[in-house]
Structure formats: structure tokens, C-alpha cells
Design a protein around this ligand. Structure first.
Ligand code: G3I
Length: 377
């Protein structure tokens, strides 16, 4: 750990972490024999012991303002992903301008703290800048898309663990969905389904080292919508593989709910196996568990959320093609769900591994336990 880390983490916590790191180099058995020490080992370390990576989404504003968040990220995360800073809305002030300021800050923070970085997202139907609709048309769309990806992925070439190249391309529930459950996104309207192939080929040319990911939501639950989404995603992946489009992994967002959305380990396990059989890796990219349907009692809510983390991750990590797990935030203090899926009783939501004061919760224990039980990669 560098002096910088020590400053960020604070002397006491730094010494505790250094002790855990020093001990982590001995055999796992000794650590278990010591009990408490293993209990302290951060998630990044537990994942790394099994050849996995754990991390979380971070956002520029919180990371620059909140030293406790920064210290918690350094302690727990082996990889980070900018929550919004690499989306078109943040990167593209105009058609002929790029602004990498916030993305570069997060890259610098990651490098200084020996943390990997993943990119999110080169192509999406959301978070498009205001100028997009009036500027991009069927004549220039392909050139605008190629230029965006070549410039953005090129800017971070060699420094990105992986990129979400195309995000949420499948939406069988969409009222005006296209054939095969494809979302009728602005990109689909402008270029047809080939926008996906164009995007992955441009990303591979710009950064041959990055793992190129098709990132998708609604794949996790045993519901009609998610079943349609899994089938359409498999069909899309098979088409991309058959046309030698360079897709390397499927990103499963994993925004989990228990509002009547059942999780069936067998169904999910079969889906993961089907994806792995295409020769693809898998990343759990945006994991969180909403607790809006539970009573206000925090202990009860935390336990139910932890049970969902444990059930989901113990299933997902059985598939050896799964190489990494990121939660969509690390602390409840900064979850997107506070704004997008608040509780009716106005109580703070608690979907993540650390609470609003960066204390570890039962969800943290569940994730730690899932890594400890996972087979080596
Ligand atoms: O930065 C502007 C700020 O300048 C402005 O004053 C403010 C006005 O509301 O908006 C700010 O931008 C917001 C941005 O988050 C940063 O806070 C956008 O309005 C808001 O739409 C955006 O929400 C993000 C959302 O994606 C849409 O991009 C959420 O934080 C983010 O958690 C969410 O993440 C998505 C993944 O990218 C894809 N998978 C689903 C996931 C959850 O929706």
C-alpha cells in the first residue's frame, strides 16, 4: 500500500488492512484457524484467492467528496466501474468534443490503488446527450458511432479490464420491440441490428486488450419477461459468434428484487451453462438487492437482502465461466435506488454490502461467504 493509500485509509484502518494483507499471503487454512482474521479479509482479497475479482460502481462526485467512501473502495474493491462518467451524456459535450476529465480521475484513482477499471458503456439507448437526436441521422450514424467508440476505447486502450460495449440491446417487453426481442433503440432505428456488430468490431480495433462485454438486464429471475430475455440474449450471442463478431463475455446486471420475482437456482444455472458453452465468459456487473417490499425493521430487511445475495451468488459462482462480480455501488449512502426505487415509508433503502456509514452488513457477509465457498478458477 502506498503512502497515498495510507493517507486515504487513515492510519488505524491502514494498519488493520496491512495486517490482513500480510497474513493473506499465508495458507488459507491458517487464516481460517485464526477465525477473526479471515472474517476481516476484504472482498477483493477473498475473490482474488479464488481467481475472481470483486468491485463496485463508483461515481466521480462521491469519490472526490467522501474520503470514507474512497477508503472503503480501496479496502474492498479489486475493480471499479464509473457509474455514469463514461456514458455519452458525460463524455460528449458536443458532436466534435470529448471530455474525459471525470473518467481519467477514476482511472487515476484506480491505478494509484492497484484497482482494475472497467468501462460502461459505449452504446446504450439511454444517457444520450441532448444534441444527439437533432444531430445523428441515418446518413451519419455509422460514422458517429465508430468515431465515438474508436476515440473513447482508444483513449483508455490497454488500461481497461473490460468494456460494456453494448448495453441492454434486448427488451422483449418493449412495446415496439423488433424481431427477436431486440430493443427498438435509437441505434437500432438508425442502423438496424448490425449496430451491435459495428460496435464490437470498432471496440476490438481500438482496444485489443479489453474483454468486450454485451451487458444485459432482466436475465436473473424465473419470470416470463426474464425467460424471454434469456432466450433472446442467447439467440443474439449465437448470431454474434456465428458472424465472428468479437464478443468475449456476457454481463448480467443482476438488479435483484423479491417483489414476487422468484429466483430459481436451476433455471439460472442452466442459462449460465448455455452462455458458457458458447465459449463466453460471464460477469455479474451491477449487483444489488432492492428491499422496498420489506418491513421497516432494518435487521429483518438486512437479513432478507443478505439471503438473496447468498442464494444468487452461490448459484452464479458455481459456473466457472463467471470471472467477476461488481455491485452497483458499495455503500447504501450512494445507491441509485434511493432516487429510482425509494421505499413508500420514506425509510432509506439498504441494497448494498456497506451501510450509509460504511459498516459491513449481513449482505457483506453473504458476499464474503460466497467467495469463500467458490471453487478456484
Ligand atoms: O450529472 C447530471 C447533473 O449535472 C444534473 O444536475 C442532474 C440533474 O438531474 O443530472 C445529473 O445526471 C444524472 C446522472 O445519473 C448522474 O447523477 C442523470 O440525470 C441520471 O439520469 C443518471 O442516472 C443514472 C442512470 O443509470 C441513467 O444513466 C444512475 O445514476 C445510474 O445508477 C444508472 O445505472 C444504470 C446502468 O448505467 C445500466 N443498467 C441499469 C442501471 C440502473 O438504471
Amino acid at each position: 500500500m502506498t503512502e497515498k493509500d495510507e493517507a486515504i485509509m487513515g492510519r488505524r484502518s491502514f494498519l488493520k488492512h496491512a495486517a490482513a494483507l500480510a497474513i493473506a499471503s499465508t495458507s488459507f487454512g491458517q487464516i481460517c484457524a485464526w477465525g477473526q482474521t479471515n472474517g476481516d479479509a476484504p472482498l477483493r482479497e477473498r475473490a482474488a484467492r479464488k481467481g475472481l475479482i470483486y468491485g463496485s460502481a463508483v461515481n466521480y462526485g462521491a469519490l472526490t467528496r467522501d474520503t470514507k467512501l474512497a477508503a472503503s473502495v480501496v479496502r474492498e474493491c479489486g475493480i471499479v466501474v464509473p457509474e455514469n462518467e463514461l456514458k455519452w451524456e458525460a463524455l460528449r459535450p458536443s458532436l466534435d468534443k470529448f471530455d474525459f476529465t471525470q473518467g481519467d480521475f477514476i482511472l487515476d484513482f484506480a491505478k494509484k490503488n492497484n484497482i482494475l477499471l472497467r468501462g460502461h458503456t459505449l452504446v446504450w439507448h439511454q444517457a444520450l446527450p441532448k444534441w444527439f437526436e437533432t444531430t445523428v441521422n441515418s446518413q451519419n450514424a455509422e460514422q458517429v458511432l465508430r468515431n465515438h467508440i474508436t476515440t473513447a476505447a482508444g483513449h483508455y486502450a490497454g488500461k481497461m479490464h473490460s468494456w460494456d460495449v453494448v448495453n441492454e440491446a434486448i427488451a422483449p417487453w418493449d412495446k415496439d420491440k423488433q424481431s427477436d426481442g431486440m430493443r427498438n433503440s435509437p441505434w437500432y432505428k438508425l442502423l438496424g441490428p448490425k449496430y451491435i456488430d459495428i460496435a464490437f468490431k470498432a471496440a476490438a480495433a481500438a482496444d485489443p486488450k479489453a474483454i468486450l462485454v454485451l451487458n444485459q438486464d432482466h436475465l436473473e429471475h424465473d419470470t416470463k419477461i426474464d425467460a424471454q430475455s434469456r432466450a433472446a440474449t442467447l439467440r443474439l450471442l449465437k448470431r454474434l459468434k456465428a458472424s465472428a463478431t468479437p464478443v468475449h463475455a456476457l454481463g448480467i446486471e443482476s438488479h435483484l428484487s423479491m417483489d414476487g420475482e422468484i429466483f430459481s437456482p436451476g433455471v439460472f444455472r442452466t442459462f449460465l451453462k448455455d452462455v458458457a458453452e458458447l465459449g463466453l465468459k460471464i460477469m455479474i456487473t451491477e449487483l444489488d438487492v432492492t428491499d422496498i417490499m420489506f418491513s421497516q425493521n432494518i435487521n429483518k430487511r438486512d437479513k432478507l437482502v443478505a439471503n438473496k445475495y447468498e442464494e444468487f451468488l452461490s448459484t452464479a459462482l458455481q459456473e466457472k465461466a463467471v470471472i467477476g462480480v461488481l455491485t452497483w455501488g458499495l455503500s447504501d449512502k450512494y445507491t441509485w435506488l434511493s432516487k429510482y426505487m425509494p421505499r413508500d415509508d420514506k425509510a432509506a433503502v439498504r441494497p448494498l454490502p456497506l451501510d450509509e456509514n460504511f459498516n459491513r452488513k449481513p449482505a457483506w457477509n453473504a458476499i464474503a461467504g460466497a467467495f469463500d465457498k467458490a471453487e478456484n478458477r
